[in-house]
Design a protein around this ligand. Structure first.
Ligand code: AMP
Ligand code: GLY
Length: 428
């Protein structure tokens, strides 16, 4: 069987790493991939958002199954394009992907279904947005409506920075066209949780819980990023809270979409804020989180090919994913300048060849092979991952993987998993 994975980040490397362990022994392709995916899969030079090019690739190479990593091709309708040609592809179709592609669509759906989320208003006119801001005050959250690679969100502690933020998004358009509409949102205090589920549109199967670290700096300081590290499970998710999230958030959303004629197939990711044991929705993503996917793949014991095929075929009712009970931690190694404009082209020492066991992994994201050398080519460069007997052990093991790598300007958080350690009472 021939499988094509679309994307070129740490998430896609982790998916390929897991697919390579499948009993089905698939032949693997990756477009566009990176220096790490090239160790596991044939690299195909087609961009992740080139829907026509990817379809042509799948047809030319007689690909049996395509797995979409990032959101961009999903919101561009890659699933619709593949399905129209009778090709099997994992991910939601264009209308379903609006859940991530448009915050305005997502917020309207949640309001209609009564799903708990932050109060918000959407604006097209800068002057109207400013007027509303003055009435509600700070802290407040500003979100560019379109996709902005996880960076179109400004959490503003005071009115002055909120005014400046509106100017940046709506007038100076620092997030481009994504700033044509802005959502002004109530600030929710609490602890974040990444809740992912597989769904075939009818059955919803929760995956293991995880938590991301969104801010660039230790102690959750500095600007938001795409994610600086992750761990699984997330101790903040008690069994009672998981049941509540399934009943009040995830199942209603899948059913609400279905009632509107939108069958959601793929991974549904709810970004939640937990306070006083209750969950509210921050965002939905229509794909695996990155770097959450990396730690989930470390813990997944079931065959990923089986789960993906069952999702596409509407057979999830008969599935039950198995997880390694041990926790996993992942540390993102970022390039100088990230989350702003990252430095590129720096040689990476220790990028390939380590580690050899399935309990540790170094997943590539922004890496490229130039001649015999692996160099940096993006903001998030690598994710160093490990399992461990407990959280402290998993975290220590992940930092051991970090110690084997280096490049000029490399920065990473030193406190990955701090909330898990505090909750379970372990010392690092
Ligand atoms: P989003 O892309 O909507 O998840 O926003 C990115 C990050 O901004 C989230 O992961 C949170 O850390 C933060 N954030 C977003 N919305 C809110 C909110 N209403 N209250 C507090 N923090 C938020
Ligand atoms: N790590 C958050 C995301 O993938 O959007």
């Amino acid at each position: 069987m021939r499988i094509l994975v679309i994307g070129g980040g740490g998430r896609e490397h982790a998916l390929l790493w897991k697919l390579a362990q499948s009993a089905r022994q698939p032949e693997l392709l990756c477009a566009p991939g990176n220096a790490g995916t090239a160790e596991l899969a044939e690299t195909c030079a087609v961009a992740a958002d080139d829907v026509a090019g990817l379809l042509a690739l799948a047809e030319a190479r007689a690909v049996d199954l395509t797995i979409v990593g990032p959101e961009l091709p999903l919101t561009a309708g890659i699933v619709d394009a593949f399905e129209a040609k009778g090709r099997r592809i994992f991910g939601p179709n264009r209308r379903a992907a609006e859940l991530e592609g448009s915050k305005a669509f997502m917020k309207a759906l949640l309001a209609r279904l009564g799903v708990p989320t932050a109060a918000h208003r959407t604006f097209r006119e800068h002057a109207d947005a400013v007027r509303y801001l003055e009435t509600i005050g700070a802290p407040v959250v500003l979100k560019a409506d379109g996709l902005a690679a996880g960076k179109g969100v400004l959490v503003c502690d005071d009115l002055a920075s909120a005014r400046a933020g509106l100017e940046e998004i709506m007038v100076r358009r620092v997030f481009g066209a994504a700033g044509a509409q802005v959502v002004i949102e109530e600030f929710l205090p609490g602890e974040e949780l990444s809740f992912m589920a597989l769904t075939d549109g009818a059955t919803v199967l929760p995956l293991a819980s995880s938590q991301d670290h969104k801010r660039v700096g230790d102690g959750d300081t500095g600007p938001n990023t795409g994610g600086m590290g992750a761990y699984s499970p997330a101790p903040v998710l008690t069994p009672a809270l998981e049941a509540e999230v399934m009943e009040t958030i995830v199942r209603p959303v899948v059913a609400g979409l279905a009632a509107a004629g939108i069958v959601y197939r793929g991974v549904l990711y709810a970004g939640l804020m937990i306070a006083n044991g209750r969950a509210k929705v921050l965002e939905f993503n229509v794909r695996f989180g990155d770097p959450e996917c990396q730690v989930l793949m470390m813990r997944l014991r079931s065959d990923l090919v089986d789960l993906v095929e069952a999702t596409i075929a509407g057979r999830l009712a008969g599935c039950r994913p198995e997880w390694d009970p041990r926790p996993a931690a992942g540390v993102v190694l970022a390039a100088e300048g990230y989350p702003g404009d990252p430095a590129k082209g720096d040689p990476i020492a220790g990028a390939v060849g380590q580690p050899a066991s399935i309990e540790r992994a170094l997943f590539h994201a922004g890496t490229a092979r130039i001649g015999g050398e692996v160099v940096t080519s993006g903001g998030r460069v690598l994710t160093a991952c490990a399992l461990g007997a407990d959280f402290a052990n998993a975290i220590a093991n992940a930092y051991e993987v970090v110690a084997g790598v280096g490049f000029r300007g490399m920065h990473y958080r030193k406190d990955i998993g701090h909330r898990a350690l505090a909750r379970v009472g372990e010392a690092r």
